[in-house]
Write a protein that binds this ligand. Structure first.
Ligand SMILES: Nc1ncnc2c1ncn2[C@@H]1O[C@H](COP(=O)(O)OP(=O)(O)O)[C@@H](O)[C@H]1O
Ligand SMILES: C=C(OP(=O)(O)O)C(=O)O
Ligand SMILES: [Mn+2]
Length: 532
């Protein structure tokens, strides 16, 4: 049996997917929640939020992600960064997955990736879990009901968490698999319930497709000035650096929190929802995001809650530190309806430096911006156990290596050309540690980061006095209204200056060791901006 609304010419059977049990096409949020509850996939939370857990996989599995090595993509994929899968392995995987799916209920969501209709793609998401259907409907762009009537997917994603892949037969690594086949226009996900795989698969797809059209795909959040969509800003950054938190700025209009394109017409969100971290989420520091956790249809993953009141415990990370909530863009009061903006006037590169070395904000020349974009630096704190004091450096090119199918220079050159053409100002912002490294110092107060961003984005920071940073050569403001002067000079925040100098030398060395791989591919001015 089939239920719901679908293009009668484009049912699963028309795609060769047959023999399933009931198929629920394009259910809206209330029916998806009813289905998820009836299937015992989770529980109803305060305000009608949907609360669930994802078992063993509470984050992405980048090592289990594969690109199928077909002749048409052989020369365009960056194979050093994307694990190859043989077409034969993929075909076997697809066959086995279809066999596994037989007789089971599936949920189909016909959605759009890309808020700008000139550059969007149609994606059909076929999910075993009703709440995955709710999640991806929340996260992507939702077509009007009448447009479903002739919807044809450009790509189809099948997500079947109960399927276990077989490394020997399918050419994968474990029972978990995310396999992308650009020729067959198919992405298969198995063996993981973490919902983020759904949205990041579509992101990877757009990162592959858009450069060919001259569009720069970016792992960034974006917002624009109130009443002035032309005054847009983008915030690049790896996970945990503050894209979602800082783009939801009460004084600006939110375009999106994670994935955007930069075309000849300007900036556009790929998505229609946000995916925020809820660990230690503070009502006072982030009132807008906090409020979404008790709204109808918000999907809450891996949070501990009171079984009677359903009150969420924002401090309990016993299931994972990566607790999440997914909500539609319009749950943030000043979100853009079109999810589009002008060419970025400011480009912020966010980093969370747990070494406590980088200043809270620095202005970058275009060459320095390219250097930091290719470096893609952030750091993870080694763990939450007491006594662990060594942070772990992470260099992930383009601030998102796991999602980049093409070579870094493809994205680097596109960005560079757009920055030059539109005269964007670039900044590096450290949301990480101050007053010492992780273990002794403390995280930069969100209030300070916000004040610095406000000054950068409203243009007032341009008039400040700047000093040249001794370690990285970029310009650092000496004084900014509303921010303690001491914070602007990380060395001054450390009690032990020689410890700071030693830590800074170590970080400079890490940057320069990492950058060696890019030296053969970059222009001489970026080489000159390279440090060490
Ligand atoms: N100064 C700061 N700037 C941004 N985020 C901060 C800061 N201090 C602490 N945080 C916390 O760090 C996390 C940033 O995560 P998030 O915004 O989800 O990053 P991303 O979207 O880049 O993955 C949030 O939990 C936020 O509360
Ligand atoms: C959804 C994710 O993105 P981010 O942490 O950047 O918000 C993720 O990395 O799984
Ligand atoms: Mn985010």
């Amino acid at each position: 049996m089939t239920f719901g609304r679908v293009n009668p010419q484009f049912r699963l059977e028309d795609q060769g997917i047959e023999g399933l049990g009931n198929v629920y096409y394009n259910y809206l949020e209330p029916a998806l929640i009813e289905s998820a509850l009836a299937r015992d996939e989770g529980t109803l939370g305060q305000g009608g939020a949907f609360l669930t857990t994802t078992g063993k996989y509470t984050g992405r599995s980048p090592k289990d992600k594969f690109v199928v090595k077909t002749p048409s993509v052989e020369d365009t994929i960056w194979w050093d960064n994307n694990a190859p899968m043989d077409p034969e392995g993929f075909d076997a995987l697809y066959e086995d997955m279809l066999a596994h799916m037989k007789g089971k209920e599936y949920f189909v969501q016909d959605l759009v990736g890309g808020a700008d209709p000139r550059h969007s793609i149609n994606v059909r998401m076929v999910t075993e879990l009703a709440w995955h259907g709710l999640f991806i409907r929340t996260m992507l762009r939702r077509p009007d009901a009448e447009d479903l009537q002739d919807f044809i997917a450009d790509f189809t994603v099948i997500n079947c968490p109960s399927f276990q892949a077989d490394p020997a037969k399918h050419g994968c690594r474990t029972e978990t698999v995310i396999a992308m086949n650009f020729d067959r226009k198919l992405i298969l996900i198995g063996g993981t319930e973490y919902a983020g795989e759904n949205k990041k698969s579509v992101f990877t797809l757009l990162n592959y497709l858009l450069p060919e059209k001259g569009i720069m795909p970016m792992h960034c959040s974006a917002n624009h000035a109130k009443n002035n969509p032309v005054d847009a800003a983008v915030f690049f950054g790896l996970s945990g650096t503050g894209k979602t938190t800082l783009s939801a700025d009460p004084d600006r209009v939110l375009i999106g929190d994670d994935e955007h394109g930069w075309s000849d017409q300007g900036t556009f969100n790929f998505e229609g929802g946000c995916y925020a971290k809820t660990i230690n989420l503070s009502e006072e520091a982030e009132p807008e995001i906090y409020a979404t956790t008790s709204k109808f249809g918000t999907v809450i993953e891996n949070m501990v809650f009171d079984p009677d009141t359903k009150e969420l415990d924002f401090n309990d990370d016993s299931l994972t530190a990566n607790m999440r909530c997914a909500y539609p863009l319009h749950y943030i009061s000043n979100a853009s309806e079109s999810a589009m903006g002008g060419h970025p006037k400011n480009i912020i590169m966010l980093t969370c430096d747990a070494f406590g070395v980088l200043p809270p904000i620095a202005r970058l020349t275009p060459a320095q911006a390219m250097y930091h974009f290719l470096s893609g630096f952030t750091s993870k704190v080694a763990g939450t156990e007491r006594g662990v004091t060594e942070p772990e450096p992470t260099f992930s090119t383009c601030f998102g290596a796991p999602f980049m199918p093409r070579r870094p220079e493809v994205y680097g050159n596109l960005l560079r050309e757009k920055i030059a053409r539109h005269g964007a100002t670039c900044w590096l912002v450290n949301t990480g540690w101050t007053g010492g490294a992780y273990g002794t110092g403390s995280r930069m107060p969100i209030r300070a980061t916000r004040a610095l961003l406000t000054a950068a984005l409203d243009g007032s920071l341009a008039n400040a006095e700047f000093r040249k940073d001794a370690n990285f050569g970029f310009e650092v403001p000496v004084q900014v209204q509303g921010v303690a002067e001491l914070l602007l000079d990380p060395r001054r925040t450390w009690d032990d200056k020689s410890a700071y100098d030693a830590q800074a030398a170590k970080l400079v060395q890490m940057f320069s060791d990492n950058f060696e791989q890019y030296l053969p591919y970059i222009d001489s001015d970026v080489k000159a901006a390279a440090i060490g």
